[in-house]
Design a protein around this ligand. Structure first.
Ligand SMILES: NC(=O)c1ccc[n+]([C@@H]2O[C@H](COP(=O)([O-])OP(=O)(O)OC[C@H]3O[C@@H](n4cnc5c(N)ncnc54)[C@H](OP(=O)(O)O)[C@@H]3O)[C@@H](O)[C@H]2O)c1
Length: 344
């Protein structure tokens, strides 16, 4: 394999994901009040909470960072507490537990349910569309940054370069429909109570332990054929996505501001596989051909507000290739980015 820059282990990966930028430190210094992160124990939340804590420390401000989840995986709780993030174990669907959470000025809403939707559609709708209304009642006096998804858009022609925020929504399948339900319910409460919010329509955050790049790299390495029908994607380094989420607290408004969050490139899956093939010295295998449409969004508005992501696509490819080559740990949580019918 070609020599390229490496992230050697999870400690170094986490250090990179949780290192605040000067812009984030400046924003956190100006932000009044504490931050609660709901749904903290997922793929993104643990590093988001640690990033917030590091930013507050570097800004020299006293700010409680409080992470809430059921903590189905208890190690996440230990990790957060070790790094100065307070934790509360709560099932947010339990009204008493929700009501018992501390009042704070800032909420990052990360709760979601995607995989396993098919066959348990009721649960997906409860978590993605009903729970946001309960949370909006509880936190009507806070500002709320909400993780939404690019799946609220339909598949669009690849030549258009992705749906911008003005593009009509058109969610495919029940998971995506329930996510649009989350936005609509929250917007209702934002207008009713004057609660300032931002909706982040995110497409594919990348960590080395999960993400589209990891999925493609592993398939290439293992000689698995790569389905090209969803032939193009957008990705963003998780540290950049989490930075945007925290900096968006300063942009909350009523009615909610909508922002697409992803990288600037429309990435060809074929090209991506060839990049990994080159680094591993193997020929990628493909099935089918690229379709005319794909799930893509245009995040130029977020780039104008926050600047381009700090980690480039080539950098992510190099890091992922080296991680896979070295057998670095992964979460066994495939993205299913290939899915065109919205069945998760
Ligand atoms: N990662 C991406 O590339 C991506 C792309 C588009 C959108 N998003 C959205 O961004 C958000 C964060 O992403 P993620 O990848 O970190 O999501 P994730 O891994 O699914 O994490 C969400 C967390 O919410 C918690 N949760 C679920 N039900 C709960 C309940 N009833 N009470 C308390 N906590 C509950 C779960 O932790 P416990 O089981 O411990 O409670 C879960 O780990 C999600 O809403 C996701 O849909 C992510």
């Amino acid at each position: 394999m070609e020599e390229c820059e490496k992230i050697r282990d999870v400690a170094e990966l986490d250090a990179r994901l949780t290192e605040p930028s000067d812009e984030l430190v400046a924003d956190i210094a100006r932000l009044n009040g504490d931050i609660v992160i709901l749904g903290v124990s997922g793929k993104m939340g643990v590093t988001l909470a640690r990033l917030a804590k590091n930013a507050a420390d570097r800004a020299g401000v006293k700010k409680r960072i409080i992470g809430v989840s059921r903590f189905s995986e208890p190690e996440a709780r230990k990790e957060l507490e070790t790094h100065g993030v307070e934790t509360i174990v709560a099932d947010l669907l339990d009204e008493d537990q929700l009501r018992g959470l501390p009042e704070v000025a800032n909420v990052i809403y990360m709760v979601g349910h995607k995989f396993g939707t098919t066959g348990s559609e009721h649960l997906t709708w409860a978590i993605n569309a009903y729970l946001p209304g309960r949370v909006a009642e509880k936190y009507r006096r806070a500002r709320i940054v909400v993780f939404s998804t690019g799946n609220v858009y339909p598949l669009t022609p690849v030549r258009q370069g992705g749906a911008d925020e003005e593009h009509p929504t058109g969610p495919v399948g029940e998971y995506a429909q329930s996510c649009l339900g989350r936005e609509r319910v929250l917007e209702y409460f934002s207008r009713r109570y004057g609660t300032p919010m931002v909706f982040l329509r995110l497409n594919y955050a990348i960590d080395l332990r999960y993400g589209v790049l990891l999925d493609v790299a592993r398939a290439v390495k293992e000689g698995q054929p790569i389905d090209l029908r969803m032939g193009h994607v957008n990705v963003i380094w998780q540290g950049d996505a989490n930075t945007i989420a925290l900096r968006s607290l300063a942009l909350c408004s009523t009615p909610p501001r909508v922002l697409n969050v992803t990288g600037p490139e429309t990435i060809s899956i074929r090209w991506l596989a060839e990049q990994f093939g080159h680094r591993f010295g193997v020929e990628p295998r493909f099935t089918y051909e690229e379709a005319e449409t794909a799930l893509l969004s245009n995040a130029t508005r977020a780039h104008q507000l926050f600047g381009y992501p700090k980690v480039s696509l080539r950098q992510m490819i190099d890091w992922t290739a080296a991680w896979v080559q070295a057998g670095g740990p992964t979460w066994q949580k495939p993205t299913h980015f290939q899915e065109r019918e919205g069945r998760f």
